[in-house]
Design a protein around this ligand. Structure first.
Ligand code: SAH
Ligand code: SF4
Length: 367
């Protein structure tokens, strides 16, 4: 399907050039971007500080945004919002907005957790997105639009703008390398410094090396989930291609080259990777890599019997890994859970409604 370019996929200088080409001042680009960020206009026609004729031309040549808000859930007394957004082709993705209010020692942060793909081809056994398979890559514009949506949502509630972006939503960012890197560069022009960006990967070693050469001082999170190849092969199928030793070595090359920390993510699953030996192996691995470990009790996902161990067991596991480990009781879980799960919940709700409709002998609901 041929679509017009969107505001979100143009760089600041491309938009300024477009204004000049249309015979207008380059500053018009900045006026438009302020509206898009603050939500003071819902489209080009609403940008009333621009000449009417320019607004009409822009409305016919550019899309104001690429994603439409379908549903939002809120949890943690409004600190976590989960958005379901729909692309031009009807595909749905999730974006999670997380506010950290800060303390005497930490600054407040507003983090947007973005999706990079619709679905994911990696197929980790504990992940709702993995069960979908890959539908398509998101464009850089669609990634940026998730952050713009967050900026407008927080802005309209008089909360501060997004400060951090993490690529931990649906999809494997390094399998959509070009658009992800472009989105990081575009986001820096919206005020999100690459230093406050985290890309999470299940371990595509060649792309990790490539990313280290981009001159972007981002942080990398490695989704490890197991400290031996035997266990990791079962949890993250990609491990058969890039086993743990290669993955950790790539992580160390990344931090050596960028000077940025690499963290290890470890989703804890009862009976699969939560034993004493797993903790001991993880402790050695983390020490060898000089990396911090985030231990994340698994969120349950539809149609899977896999579960997190008890909270006590999670704490014991983290303690056995040692001071490099922090337990992260997931924030997203009460807002319809982690990665891919709001979408899954909406789908099962739709199936339930479909079944009811069938029972009543009427037509199924439109998708
Ligand atoms: N594909 C990338 C980034 C998206 S997944 C990656 O795998 O790193 C982001 C994080 O969510 C990963 O660390 C992933 O392991 C975690 N995750 C996925 N499903 C989860 C679940 N059911 N419970 C807890 N964390 C989950
Ligand atoms: Fe894909 Fe990440 Fe989910 Fe694995 S955890 S299936 S890599 S989104």
């Amino acid at each position: 399907m041929k679509t017009q370019p969107s505001l979100s996929e143009l760089s600041q200088s491309e938009l300024r050039q477009m204004m000049a080409d249309l015979g207008h001042g380059r500053y018009r680009a900045d006026q438009i971007r302020v509206h898009a960020w603050r939500g003071t206009a819902a489209g080009f026609h609403g940008a009333t500080n621009l000449p009417g004729e320019l607004r009409s031309v822009l409305a016919s040549e550019l899309r104001w945004k690429t994603l439409e808000l379908i549903a939002a859930t809120s949890a943690d007394r409004g600190l976590t919002d989960k958005l379901l957004l729909r692309g031009y082709d009807g595909q749905e993705i999730e974006t999670v907005l997380i506010r950290h209010t800060g303390s005497s020692t930490t600054r407040s942060r507003q983090t947007v957790c973005v999706s990079s793909q619709v679905g994911c081809a990696i197929g980790c056994v504990f992940c709702a997105t993995g069960q979908l398979g890959l539908r398509r890559n998101l464009t850089a514009g669609e990634i940026v639009d998730q952050v713009l949506e967050a900026a407008r949502r927080w802005g309209s509630a008089d909360l501060g703008p997004p400060t951090n972006v993490v690529y931990m939503g649906m999809g494997e960012p390094l399998q959509n390398y070009k658009e992800v890197v472009r989105s990081i560069r575009l986001l820096s022009e919206w005020g999100i410094s690459p230093r406050r960006v985290v890309v999470s990967t299940s371990g595509l070693v060649p792309e990790m090396d490539q990313l280290a050469q981009e001159g972007l001082p981002i942080r990398l999170a490695i989704s490890l989930h197991a400290a031996t190849d035997e266990v990791r092969n079962r949890l993250v199928p990609l491990n058969r291609r890039y086993p743990i030793a290669e993955l950790i070595a790539a992580g160390m090359r990344f931090s050596g080259r960028t000077g940025r920390r690499v963290s290890l993510e470890y989703v804890l699953i009862a009976g699969l990777n939560d034993g004493e030996q797993d903790a001991a192996a993880l402790r050695r691995l983390a020490a060898g890599a000089g990396a911090h470990v985030n231990v994340i009790p698994m969120n349950p996902i539809p149609e899977s019997p896999l579960r997190a161990p008890s909270q006590d067991h999670c704490r014991q596991f983290a303690a056995a890994v040692g001071p490099r480990a922090t337990i992260r009781f997931s924030r997203g879980d009460r807002a319809a859970a982690a990665c891919g799960q709001l979408r899954a919940a909406m789908q099962s709700e739709k199936r339930r409604l479909d079944r009811t409709a069938e029972r009543l002998g009427s037509l199924p609901l439109p998708v």
